[in-house]
Design a protein around this ligand. Structure first.
Ligand code: NAP
Length: 257
């Protein structure tokens, strides 16, 4: 299994799952386009990867801004001449509320980043992949795109939509040697999860929430998800198209009664 010499675009590449996947693929000599809205972490990640002899470059990209996405994709193609793999991974979690309490602006922001952002990136990279005659798209959904968690309607709904976007890419491009698969991770130790307690003012409550999260039995390390991304980015997974890969240590499989 190898990803040697593949040009890999990663959104949300400056943190968490995206960064760990960039590192894993880069260590096998893939060229990594770190696309992120966080310029500071993006530049740091580029430096860190380069110091490990990984060919990587940061591209400032807001996935919700069509012009920003077009510019990043154009610059990546100018630099490396192609995009072999697009890991469309940037996303946010949004607030925890029951549906009647969800602020419509928060709902729309979740869709803007988690769904419309992946659509805009997919649209741009698919044009490149159509022209080059092949391609590989990996989308980050969540196990919460398959099962609902209380007070997570916005996040769960966006992640459910991404599964269908991934399958739609698979179906639309099946005759053009372009495939798309979806990963559905469970909870992973990334800032998206470990920042959940940061906004809690009461120190006792903050400690309680932190302890509860850090003791989730299936809480994963980023590398565990990166290993799946590596497999999907490699040609070893060539037969998979439109498939969902639940990476959650069995959490989604269990029915709690
Ligand atoms: P993370 O550590 O917060 O990384 C996400 C990165 O995406 C951050 O650098 C973030 O920048 C960036 N980003 C946010 N909005 C963006 C935008 N509009 N354009 C470009 N980049 C943007 O999160 P993560 O945990 O690695 O999550 C990555 C993906 O995995 C998400 O789609 C998430 O829903 C999914 N996921 C995560 C878990 C988990 O437990 N961690 C589980 C299942 C699925 P800022 O920090 O500046 O916002």
């Amino acid at each position: 299994m190898s990803v040697e010499d593949k040009v890999v675009l990663i959104t949300g590449g400056a943190s968490g799952i995206g960064k760990a996947s960039g590192l894993k693929l880069g260590q096998d000599n893939a060229k990594i386009a770190i696309c992120d809205i966080d310029q500071e972490n993006g530049k740091e990640t580029e430096k860190e990867f380069n110091s490990k002899d990984i060919e990587a470059k940061f591209f400032n990209c807001d996935v919700t801004d069509e012009q920003s996405v077009k510019k990043a994709v154009k610059e990546i193609v100018e630099k490396w001449g192609r995009i072999d793999v697009a890991f469309l991974n940037a996303g946010i979690e949004g607030p925890n509320e029951k549906i009647s309490n969800i602020d419509y602006q928060d709902w729309k922001k979740l869709f803007e980043i988690n769904v419309n952002g992946v659509f805009l990136c997919a649209k741009e990279v698919l044009s490149v992949m159509e022209e080059q005659g092949y391609g590989n798209v990996i989308i980050t959904s969540s196990n919460l795109g398959m099962s609902a968690l209380p007070e997570k309607a916005g996040y769960c709904t966006t992640k459910g939509a991404l599964i269908m976007l991934g399958k739609s890419i698979a179906v639309d491009y099946k005759n053009e040697d372009i495939r798309a698969n979806i990963i559905c991770p469970g909870p992973v130790k990334t800032p998206l999860v470990t920042s959940r307690w940061e906004e809690i003012d009461d120190p006792e409550e903050r400690e309680k929430v932190k302890e509860a999260i850090m003791n989730i039995p299936q809480l994963m390390e980023v590398q565990e998800v990166a290993n799946t991304v590596y497999f999907l980015a490699s040609d070893a997974s060539k037969a998979y198209n439109g498939e969902t890969f639940v990476v959650d240590k069995g959490a989604q499989a269990e029915l709690v009664e």
